[in-house]
Design a protein. Structure first.
Lengths: 284, 209
């Protein structure tokens, strides 16, 4: 393992938390195996003087080097990551620094982009992976199995939110700026085309049903008994089983569930009411 | 417009449904022969169905399957749009787009054709977004678990790599890239002590305002 690249998704100028968690595990692997850890940041333009918070954050969270890949197509960082917008930048970084390991936080955008990045590299692909070290060797396992031993090919993996903790340190990372160039055929974005639920709240027909309905309302979402998946970035379950690899973020209130990213244990209805109240408080 | 739907499991019938809406639909499945795949293909609503399998495909990874499909799609010829499901590991669709050099987009909820262009409605962070592309293009459509294959009479063509104009050596090497099965590892959610800290994280993840 020589180069470990971690793609950092940025929204509102901030790295997504799951990307920092992924960077944290990359740091631990890099330290153990003597690899260089690169935080690859596709963005519209390089941060100007005094706009370097992002670089400082990535340094603090374990990057040896921060590679800013600038591309005018990325000027609006509110857009979800997809291959047509981010592919050129990710490809440019991968060409410059051929990775042994290319990592993404398992966001909805990464679900679209990571497998294509893997195919471009001819790499093995592991979605929703664990990355461990065993006898000074990388062991990568995920939804579709395990890779271990002397891997003679690159591996691309996504890491679900909450799986690892961010690294903490005070080393200063080197910074490199590269410009992405070229544009492959792409879809043209034609703007908004209506509303979609922000969240789906899963509830059985039990006593938590009314709390689920209130929570769905607070989240601008919908309450459902049966999952209508992929239509919202967030699924909150008050009991019904969650399925993995569906929504971007999966939350279990009440009982922890293996397919959830986040859980709060306790009385599901009570927790749903507390969450509704906290959301209402924020609106005030 | 000629549209190919890639089918693996019944929930991929959403891809077949969308392909049929976009044009003359051809359903393709990469699978050994069996009752399940026959029912899936013949009841897909497509006008033509192809089951692609070969000993050399057995045991390849996502990219091996994508290489086989890319060969089949080129052999079919004049394909304008490929529609695949967005479920499971969601790896084959994007890998196929890469091999074909086509644009692709995921989380598609609906699609249509207007003036020779492919349009898609997809879920994004900020609601639904409309996109369009000149063909050829690939759409990864959200699965619909409620769909079931109709009872169909469609004859299924059985293809090997020969029909896809590929050799075993071109994709056999992908067998060594395939992760080996392991005992299921139990994932543990990140536990928060209260809903306030959970809410802070959901905001940082950008899924709650």
């Amino acid at each position: 393992v020589a180069n470990v690249l971690v793609v950092i998704e940025v929204a509102n100028g901030q790295a997504r938390p799951v990307c920092l968690e992924t960077l944290g595990q990359a740091r631990r692997i890099g330290t153990e195996l003597g690899a260089t850890v690169y935080a690859v940041v596709p963005l519209g333009r390089a941060p100007a003087f005094a706009e370097d918070d992002l670089i400082a954050v990535l340094s603090k969270h374990g990057a040896d080097k921060v590679v800013l890949v600038t591309d005018e197509a990325l000027a609006d960082d509110q857009k979800s990551m997809r291959w047509g917008t981010h592919g050129v930048a990710i490809g440019a970084a991968s060409d410059l620094l051929p990775p042994s390991l290319l990592l993404f936080g398992a966001t909805a955008g990464a679900r679209e982009v990571a497998a294509r990045a893997a195919a471009r590299l001819g790499a093995a692909y592991l979605p929703e992976a664990w990355l461990d070290i065993d006898a000074h060797k990388l062991v990568a396992s995920g939804l579709c199995g395990k890779l271990e031993g002397d891997l003679e090919f690159p591996v691309v993996a996504t890491i679900p939110p909450g799986r690892y903790t961010p690294a903490e340190g005070d080393d200063e990372a080197e910074v490199e700026v590269i410009a992405a160039s070229g544009r492959a055929p792409d879809f043209e974005e034609l703007g908004s085309d209506g509303e979609a639920p922000s969240a789906i709240v899963l509830s059985s027909d039990g006593p938590e049903r009314s709390a689920a309905a209130a929570l769905a309302l607070s989240l601008a979402g919908e309450v459902m008994v049966k999952e209508k998946l992929a239509e919202a970035p967030l699924v909150v379950s008050l009991g019904p089983p969650l399925e993995s690899a569906v929504a971007e973020v999966r939350v279990a209130l009440g009982q922890p569930q293996a397919a959830a990213h986040y859980a709060v244990e306790g009385d599901a209805a009570e927790l749903a009411r507390e969450l509704s109240a906290a959301l209402a408080e924020a609106v005030k | 417009m000629r549209a190919v739907a890639l089918l693996k499991r019944p929930s991929d019938l959403a891809a077949a449904k969308l392909a049929a809406r976009l044009g003359d639909a051809i359903a393709i499945s990469v699978a050994p022969d069996g009752e399940e795949v026959r029912a899936l293909l013949s009841g897909s609503g497509a006008q033509k169905a192809i089951r692609l399998w070969d000993d050399a495909i057995d045991g390849v990874d996502y990219l091996g399957v994508a290489l086989a499909l890319a060969g089949a799609i080129r052999a079919v010829g004049d394909v304008d749009v490929v529609v695949c499901g967005d479920g499971g590991t969601a790896a084959v669709g994007p890998a196929l787009a890469e091999r074909l050099g086509w644009p692709h987009v995921g989380r598609v909820l609906d699609g249509w054709v207007e003036e020779g262009k492919v349009f898609a409605r997809r879920r994004a962070q900020t609601g639904l977004r409309k996109l369009s592309a000149a063909p050829p293009a690939l759409l990864c459509v959200a699965e619909d678990p409620s769909l079931t294959a109709a009872k169909g009479e469609l004859a299924i063509e059985s293809w090997t790599l020969e029909e896809a104009k590929l050799t075993a050596a071109e994709l056999g090497y992908r067998k060594s890239f395939r992760p080996q099965p392991e005992a299921e590892r139990k994932a543990e959610p990140h536990k928060f002590s209260d809903v306030k800290t959970l809410l802070e994280r959901l905001r940082a993840d950008g899924v709650v305002k």
